[in-house]
Design a protein around this ligand. Structure first.
Ligand code: GLA
Length: 381
């Protein structure tokens, strides 16, 4: 099979790759800012992927090229890789090499060429796709024998310790482990969960993604600050993580916290409950019940966690006013994408309404597309 990544590989390095692998971006049905609180999440993989064509080397040299990048090949020495040593996008794949070596695996070098159609900076985990594609390629190339969750943890380690973003496991677990036609209900404390069938088109429903085009950057301090606030709240409450506060004890727990930490606790505890409610609704064959859960999740992220922005708020309100069953922002926040649950027959009406509302508000045009739950990281050729 000829892929864009294989074509880029041959143009850059000559010859053929040993293989081509792909890892997807993700949506998250519900469960936002719960992963670093050891709580629940429920992502599904997008059909959009980062592909990597790769070939082993034996000399400890790593070459990285991206068809969407600046036309430069980054050339690195495996034994010189250190956190902070690689600038730009190449830090993500380089970090995966570093994290595998740190975990005791023996790697040679490799030539890698990437091509991606995952929107970047859109809250759809383009970074995780890049990391997880690298992880599965290296696993196969060097016969490491890792399973999908192990590859996800290596990818998360790369992002945390090499790139320096203190993210939880949501994005990498989604990109590595999701199964087509399903949402992945995951307990991020135990990394156990199950694949929940999600065939919304069969019941006349569609998941609409609205990319507001407002770029977020998880590297800035806001995300780290929220995470630190949650950790401080957990310490004050004497629990390992906020996930340990049962919803029935929310009021009592809130009263023990300083005012600025109460909304963080409220969001995390109610959001974990919304994940459980979502699983229960899908198990009961009531997917329409997801609508109000999504919208309640957005209100919590807007009013308590305070990570929404005018564009995501408008996308949610315009979609709902036009007949969506519910909608919410996804990902870290401060921009990025909104997910709306829509009767398939109303799809165009909702899309038109969102575009019109953005134009009227003087915002740049958003991009909309439908999301079909797709396959996690896999070999393509
Ligand atoms: C980003 C992070 C994830 C998660 C989400 C919020 O996507 O990478 O680990 O914390 O934000 O749910």
């Amino acid at each position: 099979m000829t892929t864009a990544a294989a074509t880029a590989f041959t143009a850059r390095y000559g010859g053929s790759p040993d293989g081509v692998w792909a890892a997807p971006g993700r949506i998250n049905l519900i469960g936002e800012h719960t992963d670093y609180n050891e709580g629940f999440v429920m992502p599904a993989a997008l059909p959009h992927t980062t592909q990597v064509a790769a070939r082993r080397r034996e000399d400890g040299v790593v070459r990285l090229f991206s068809a969407q990048g600046d036309a430069e090949v980054a050339e690195l020495a495996l034994d010189a890789l250190a956190p902070g040593s690689v600038p730009g996008w190449a830090a993500y794949p380089a970090g995966v090499f570093w994290a595998l070596i740190e975990a005791g695996h023996v790697l040679g070098g490799a030539d890698l060429a990437f091509s991606s159609d995952v929107p970047t900076g859109a809250g759809l985990s383009s970074s995780a796709a890049l990391e997880c594609a690298t992880a599965i390629a290296l696993d196969d190339l060097f016969g490491l024998g890792l399973d999908a969750p192990a590859r996800a943890l290596v990818a998360q380690r790369a992002e945390n310790a090499f790139v320096g973003v203190p993210c939880g496991a949501l994005d990498q677990m989604a990109s590595s482990c999701c199964v087509a036609g399903h949402a992945h209900f995951l307990d991020t404390r135990t990394l156990t969960g199950r694949q929940v069938p999600l065939d919304l088109p069969a019941v006349g429903l569609t998941l609409l993604v609205i990319d507001t085009k407002v770029k977020h950057d998880l590297g800035d301090g806001a995300y780290a600050g929220l995470r630190a606030g949650c950790e401080r709240a957990a310490a004050l409450l004497g629990v390992q993580a906020l996930r340990d506060i049962p919803i029935a004890e929310l009021g009592t727990a809130e009263a023990q916290l300083p005012a600025e930490l109460r909304p963080l606790l409220r969001h995390v505890v109610t959001e974990d409950q919304r994940v459980l409610d979502t699983v229960a609704a899908l198990d009961a064959g009531e997917p329409r019940a997801l609508g109000p859960i999504l919208t309640a999740g957005h209100a919590s992220l807007r009013d308590d966690y305070r990570v929404s922005c005018p564009e995501t708020d408008l996308a949610v309100s315009a979609a709902n006013a036009a007949g969506a069953l519910g909608a919410r922002m996804m990902g870290g926040g401060f921009g990025g994408s909104v997910l709306a649950l829509v009767d398939t027959g109303l799809l165009e009406t909702v899309e038109r309404a969102v575009h019109a509302a953005f134009a009227e508000a003087g915002f740049g045009a958003p991009q909309t597309f439908t999301a079909t739950p797709s396959q996690g990281a896999h070999r393509v050729a």
